[in-house]
Design a protein around this ligand. Structure first.
Ligand code: F6R
Length: 604
């Protein structure tokens, strides 16, 4: 996801900003830029692609005296990865960099356009700098103008802003997106969206709280909280280990990514939920004209999220939906009709089999849509339309947050289509939108749950196999739980529909067969419970995951009580992810780089 850096001091600011951005490269980006104010003059440079392109552009730019500067690596969300859309964004005499999403940017932009402001980019960020300059004309004080601007923004942000009249000041604000400031004995100030760029430069750092805003000068670090009260900085010592800083203190990237789901799902939802409708600005409404059927195609984890979508699309959107594993679809001479919307799902956007099916659908003249995490990837460039999942870079080979954000997009898309097809009442759509807003909270990993799973994982290290079982959308979740476990524990695991066990697999049941039973309270509870009882009666070892106590289980992982089965889905998703992680840790495996696997499968 996007990265932010800022610097105020005597040293070579160009090198410091570029060095800082390099430290954020691991988060992924598609363009980058810097703006430096030195000797009363701004210089700004932007480049798409890797940082080397920005380095090339800045090679003759010298920063050898006091200056202030801001920099950014962008992961496209609003608008394509182009130079114009790259940050910093310019007003007439100010520059801004921003992480997050300004939800009310469209309303602000409409007003600014009426004032005759010209916009250069398609981003939400650009409104910030123009709104600041508009406010500056009225308030005549840059701090007051900045403060007012922040109060007018809705959404998530980490912002740095510099302006010509204030050559020794960087303004900052944070709400929902991470940012910290570092200081040292040389009166320098460093900003970044995570620790790594500051390591080696600063001794003490202050992590901003949501709602904080303020400014820095060589002699001052002024922080104000949401209610306008001035705060003392809360300095902590900075870690010196870069790899552990990249992992935010977690043992593995996979663990960090499981915990991060709270934030990335919030990003997935941002700007897309309204009172009783879901909006995807990126979709042309004509995309669904003449469409009577949806065909989903993907591999691995993405296939599992898509399988979840088949239930949601038919249940909520009342549209016929089918799904195929991409590697099968490619070679079985499928019949493709033009009233079918062909949807591919991919974290990377590069998976060879999925990409090939997209090409086949295009060649057959079908309309195509990709649900993807990486903008500008091959699939995004090829498909007619794209919805980005906004999960940020996923480093753990075993996919977690990509799956979570894909399912979130599918739930939203099912409501978007339900509205279009008048398949659900406005009240029901509004009710489900309220539930969607609760998804980030439902994926929060509680210390209790993590500790409990860590303890019980020791009982699940041997035996002759695992069955993850569930019904309806909990069947794809069972498949995903089993895939996670086999990828990183190397133990044999299968996902199965609960009701199918008696048609064969139940023959395997004995105490060494571990059944991980997904028992949602709000969907087919009694049916699923009977299936688990059948296994329990045959002495299979049962670990039930549910909000309802289940006395036939040997082990029980309690999830929070939820209002709806979809929230139970997300709660259980976290439980199965953490269970796989802890079993793998106990077995001493390389959690982030499991044997035989690659993150992006670009070969057949
Ligand atoms: C599992 C996993 C793989 C991928 C699959 C498709 O944890 O990561 O199963 O889901 O290779 O990859 P994408 O989604 O990039 O097309």
């Amino acid at each position: 996801m996007c990265g932010i850096v800022g610097y105020l001091g005597q040293k070579n600011s160009k090198e410091i900003l570029l060095g800082g951005l390099k430290e954020l490269e691991y988060r992924g980006y598609d363009s980058a830029g810097i703006a430096v104010l030195q000797d009363g003059k701004f210089e700004s440079f932007k480049a798409i692609g890797k940082l080397i392109n920005l380095e090339e552009k800045t090679k003759n730019f010298v920063t050898d005296k006091f200056s202030i500067g801001i920099g950014h690596t962008r992961w496209a969300t609003h608008g394509k990865p182009t130079e114009l859309n790259a940050h910093p964004h310019i007003g007439s005499e100010s520059y801004v960099v921003h992480n997050g999403i300004i939800e009310n940017y469209a309303a602000l932009k409409t007003e600014l356009l009426k004032d005759g402001i010209t916009f250069l980019s398609q981003t939400d960020t650009e409104v910030i700098v123009h709104q600041f300059e508009k406010n500056l004309k009225i308030t005549k004080s840059s701090f007051e103008a900045f403060k007012k601007t922040i109060s007018q923004l809705e959404g998530a942000y980490a912002i740095l802003l510099v302006t010509k009249g204030k050559e020794k000041t960087i303004f900052f604000a944070k709400n929902g997106s991470p940012m910290l400031v570092g200081v040292n004995a040389e009166n320098e100030k460093y900003f970044a969206s995570s620790d790594t760029p500051l390591i080696g430069h600063c001794t003490d750092v202050n992590y901003f709280e949501d709602g904080d805003y303020g400014y820095v000068t060589p002699d001052e670090l002024a922080i104000f909280s949401k209610d306008g009260k001035k705060q003392e900085p809360k300095f902590t010592k900075l870690s010196t280990n870069k790899l552990s800083a990249q992992k935010d203190g977690f043992r593995f990237f996979m663990e960090k990514e499981i915990y991060e789901q709270v934030d990335v799902i919030a990003d997935t939802l941002l700007g897309r939920l309204h009172d009783n409708e879901v909006l995807f600005d990126e979709l042309d409404p004509t995309l669904f004209e003449g469409i009577n059927e949806i065909k989903l195609c993907a591999c691995g984890t993405s296939y599992h999220s898509a399988l979840t979508a088949t239930y949601l699309f038919e249940r909520y959107s009342k549209i016929k939906t089918s799904i195929e594993v991409a590697s099968e679809f490619r070679y079985r001479s499928p019949i493709m009709s033009k009233d079918t919307l062909f949807v591919v799902i991919s974290q990377s956007g590069e998976t060879a089999d999925t990409l090939e099916t997209l090409k086949m659908a295009k060649a057959a003249g079908l309309k195509t849509l990709v649900i993807c995490n990486v903008d500008n990837s091959s699939m995004v460039r090829l498909a007619d339309a794209c919805i980005l999942t906004r999960a940020g870079v996923e480093k753990g080979v075993a996919s977690t947050k990509a799956f979570a954000t894909q399912v979130t997009v599918f739930w939203m898309l099912s409501l978007y289509l339900a509205k279009k097809n008048k398949a659900l009442s406005n009240e029901e759509i509004a009710r489900q939108i309220t539930l969607l807003r609760e998804v980030p909270a439902s994926v929060k990993v509680s210390d209790d749950m993590h500790e409990r799973i860590k303890r019980l994982s020791k009982r699940y290290l041997h035996g002759h196999g695992f069955f993850f079982i569930g019904r309806d959308v909990f069947y794809p979740l069972a498949l995903e739980g089993a895939l996670k476990l086999k990828e990183i524990s190397y133990l044999h695991a299968e996902g199965y529909p609960s009701g199918e066990m008696k048609h064969g697999p139940i023959a395997l049941a004995d105490p060494e067969l571990f059944t991980i039973a997904l028992l949602p309270q709000h969907l087919l509870y009694d049916k699923a419970k009977s299936n688990v009882e059948e296994l329990s009666a045959r002495d299979s070892t049962i670990c039930a995951i549910s909000a309802v106590e289940f006395d036939k289980a040997d082990d029980f992982i309690a999830i929070n009580k939820c209002k709806d089965y979809m929230l139970e889905f997300f709660e259980m998703m976290v439980a199965v992810q953490v269970l796989s992680l802890e079993i793998s840790v106990r077995l001493g495996n390389d959690v982030d780089m499991p044997r035989n696997l690659a993150k992006s499968v670009t070969v057949e």
